[in-house]
Design a protein around this ligand. Structure first.
Ligand code: HEC
Ligand code: HEC
Ligand code: HEC
Ligand code: HEC
Length: 229
């Protein structure tokens, strides 16, 4: 009998190794980033919940409109963020993303549901069935405080007037210093508009494009994807 056991155990070990390899590939992305708020998260802020996507998405009973993907994180009720202005800014239709209701939330509101510092990180529309969050580790965005990571803060607060403009149409006719909208690569517009996720990919894990950027900042390459400078 013992003669048969050894190959069986070895076979199981090989299968297990193969499975670990496969599952490693399947979750190689966001799991290694600060947006993994589950119990495997290695960032400053995580929880005892083993699920990763649930903090932002849910398969059912989502906060849904036609601009956002199956959203689960409770939106901020901040009334006004203001908008960027300057004498040379070519964003005629720029609009405040404050005072937003679920039916009209933009992709920018999704980021601000955590990054304006007013909503608990574990506040969800549809908490997972088997894995409730009972503890969050780390202080910062979850308690509305200012999280200092190096010299930077991941809490943008309720003022977007001093941030790169968002929620306006990418108008390459009004501003001839822009790369033609039809030839943009790597960055992403949302219904023709610049939003937080035009520059950021909240799932991005490549160390060369952190913090969650769609392209490298070496040589300010990301900026040059849109600006002919
Ligand atoms: C920290 C928040 C956050 C987490 C965690 C997160 N997402 Fe997302 N996801 C977003 C945001 C914001 C968008 C919309 C912006 C965009 O499309 O890049 C999005 C968009 C998407 C989209 C549609 C557009 C696209 O880029 O493909 C899919 C599919 C998606 N997420 C799947 C997932 C899955 C699967 C997980 C878990 C493994 C996950 N997300 C975890 C924030 C998150
Ligand atoms: C569910 C809450 C949540 C949502 C939604 C969310 N984030 Fe985050 N984000 C976090 C947390 C938590 C951190 C880590 C904060 C820290 O350690 O200071 C973080 C960190 C970041 C960082 C800094 C990464 C670094 O390496 O320092 C960036 C950039 C960022 N998020 C951008 C975004 C953008 C853009 C969106 C929307 C597309 C978004 N986040 C949506 C929770 C969220
Ligand atoms: C035009 C591109 C662009 C847009 C739009 C943009 N970001 Fe960023 N963001 C960046 C870049 C580039 C960095 C990294 C800056 C650096 O490392 O020099 C960054 C850094 C961050 C950080 C880390 C803290 C910091 O100050 O470096 C957070 C958090 C963040 N962005 C969130 C957001 C949110 C939320 C939005 C929408 C309200 C947004 N970003 C819109 C390009 C952008
Ligand atoms: C997804 C495309 C996109 C990316 C990437 C991008 N921008 Fe912009 N940016 C725009 C658009 C569109 C405008 C509005 C047009 C204008 O006024 O120049 C703008 C406006 C600006 C303005 C204000 C111009 C003014 O007249 O007040 C500055 C400065 C700027 N961007 C710098 C940057 C920097 C620096 C980066 C890289 C960190 C960057 N942008 C990345 C699209 C982008």
């Amino acid at each position: 009998m013992n003669n048969f056991k050894l190959p069986t155990i070895m076979g199981a070990a090989i299968v297990a190794t193969a499975l670990i390899g496969l599952s490693g590939q399947a979750v190689a992305g966001i799991s290694s980033t600060k947006h993994n708020l589950s119990d495997t998260g290695t960032g400053d802020i995580n929880s005892d919940n083993p699920e990763i996507c649930v903090f932002c998405h849910t398969p059912h009973n989502a906060i849904k409109n036609n601009n956002i993907p199956l959203w689960n994180h409770t939106l901020s009720v901040t009334a006004s963020y203001g908008v960027y202005t300057s004498p040379t800014f070519d964003g005629a239709d720029v609009a405040d993303v404050g005072g937003i209701v679920e039916a009209t939330a933009t992709v920018t509101n999704l980021c601000l549901s955590c990054h304006d510092g007013t909503v608990a990180l574990n506040a969800m529309n549809n908490p997972s069935n088997n894995h409730l969050v009972t503890t969050m580790a780390g202080t910062g965005l979850d308690v509305g405080g200012t999280k200092i990571d190096g010299a930077r803060s991941t809490n943008l607060g309720a003022d977007l007037t001093n941030d790169h403009p968002v929620n306006f149409t990418y108008d390459d006719a009004a501003d001839t210093g822009l790369v033609a909208a039809g030839t943009l690569t790597d960055v992403r517009l949302f219904s023709g508009k610049v939003q937080c996720a035009s520059c950021h990919d909240p799932h991005a894990s490549d160390p060369a494009t952190q913090p969650f950027l769609r392209f490298t900042m070496d040589g300010s390459g990301l900026c040059l994807k849109c600006h002919n400078k």
